[in-house]
Write a protein that binds this ligand. Sequence first.
Ligand code: PEP
Ligand code: MG
Length: 745
Amino acid sequence: MPDRGESESRKLLRRLREAMAGESAGQERLDRITTLIAESMGTEVCSIYLFRDRETLELCATEGLKPEAVHQTRLRLGEGLVGRVGRSGRIINTENAPALPGFRYMPETGEEAYTSFLGVPIQRLGETLGVLVVQSREPRGFTADEVYALEVVAMVLAEMAELGAFVGEGAAMTARHQQPVTLRGTIGQEGVAMGHVWLHEPRVVVANPIADDPDREAERLREAVDRLRVGVDRMLDGAAGGDAEQLQVLEAYRMFANSPGWLRRMEESVASGLSAEAAVEKEQSSARARLTQVSDHYLRDRLHDLDDLSNRLLRLLTGQGKETGAQMPADPILIARNIGPAELLDYGRALRGVVLEEGSVGSHAAIVARALAIPLVIHAERITTEALNGDPIAVDGEQGIVHLRPDDSIAAAFRDKIAMQAEAQERYASIRDKPAETLCGTTIGMHMNAGLMADLPSLAGSGAEGVGLFRTELQFLLRNKMPRRSELSALYARIMQAAQGKRVVFRTLDIGSDKVLPYMTAVDEPNPALGWRAIRVGLDKPGVLRMQLQALVRAANGGPLSVMFPFIAQYEEYVAARAEMDKALARERILGHPLPSSLDVGAMLETPSLAFAPRRFFEEVEFLSIGGNDLKQFFFAADRENELVRRRYDTLNVSFLTFIEQIVRRCEETGTPLSFCGEDAGRPVEALCLAAMGIRLLSMRPASIGPVKHLLRRAHLGEVRTVIEGARERGEQSVRAAVMEYLKR
Ligand code: PEP
Ligand code: MG
């Protein structure tokens, strides 16, 4: 084997480029490439295996193995050495392949004659597209330089595959990004949508992975890295004294941007013949591959930082910005690895749906998507590498499934589903201004949950009689610094005006647990859902609560005001919070501001303990609202954000309904107005059962008001109650089956 210095690998790449030039078909190109690599590496065999589906690799071209085996030999992921490289994404380099565990002999290829084996994954941005293999008869360990050279070639092959250079006949040689793909994620926000892909971060296209002039490429790389470093320093200067988390990210950027190892690896790639862009992408690809193997949060975050930095560098090198000139489709479905709440809000209701590769159910982006009622699927792995701008896409937020480039049958099924929903919405429009009066003559109040100014138009559109829960934390989450009192009071005033006299219940800041403010020092808690959150923070550090209460009193400007404290677990907390309200009133009076014409101060019942509070609590509190999302997670000890358990316990579980019934009874004894504002209020069957247990006011997503009202107006609460009691007497775990049976009848 000749010494494989820089020039050898460069020569190989140059010849590779020649082999790929021209109009030849994909198969011909692959054939030429295998011949060329075998020749340059001095091996008898060179083969290229590509994935024909996610589980199967197919021999697509070979020099040295039997030609009849091409497109016939297939290996499942993990099968044989090739399958192992395909699955692990790691190189196998051995002098004695038959001796390795997992070696699989394939007679049709005639490979028994070869003992040395070097297989490298063909990877692009962390995704394995195939395996490149060289084999030789003589036992021979491939040197580090040879391995590196083959890796560089594999990288170029991956780029060429992305650009469509190997399209030919058969499943393994179809063009990339044209096949239908179904991805399973997690439900972020329910709803079904169809539209076209809009990438939040358009991918940079590397049109020429091979360097024409390596010295020039090295210079381009260094210049771009210098500009990157200056840019990062500038960002750091600009962020000084600001948000700690942002600073941490920027510090990580700076560390990577100045890391000699990072630059050296890219320089080596350029020296071996890659263009500067391809060298960056090679680094990025290995960082992404590492990401799939790392579960530690901190390390994952750092690998993401490195990925972001590579993107920045690629943009500097290619001049391709976020603005690609592409037109946002009329029915955009936003695709992003992750997105901040403010950015998502900027897109606003223009979006039909959102699909995130990461995110979490409780992330700020998810909260915004929920507030905007946009279907959201999170944890849709690979979506950012699979989707191209403009691809048709269907999002099923009810099941957490994404169909990218759906085939006709799936697209038709989605169209039907959407049409049915539209029809139902029309039906609901006809009852919009009618009360939710049941067949037995009970009227259930229909309020909506909100959190943004943008939600207020829904008050008229949905027929909601008021806002039963205004989540004030969104205003805090969307900013990168604490909002000022004047800003808040102006906003609250606008909300009250937009409500045109309808009641708006403002819930004071509910942070902690899943909702962490970027500008407040994060407290590391072993169990945040059970930790320092909501009113606990409000009472321990009352500055923000006081400011917020003052802002609310000012916003009411002499009109009515309703305020609710979140997460009250015991009477004394309510007393303390109420005292803060009284202090705010006193302060405003002294300052000469008008006081509210009427004031309701209530509490959210989100912990089982409050249901057992002393009677005087129920007498003193002006209203109570059951926060079913939290109450349920504590009642069943099942984290509402943990996919493994969050759907394990049914709201219609007899124990839970019995508990609700007890709360209703306690409120009835003292005449305390009671409502229910968790997500279950917006689920028709759940809402019906809650009403049957005695809840008379429900607050839900605006879009749910129609379906819930529609069902309530056709139901007889007494009968539902009898059905529930029957199930309870029979000792059933959940009343769902019995109620569904009744509804069918
Ligand atoms: C609840 O817990 O049910 C609730 C309405 O509050 P949030 O979902 O904002 O915690
Ligand atoms: Mg809650």
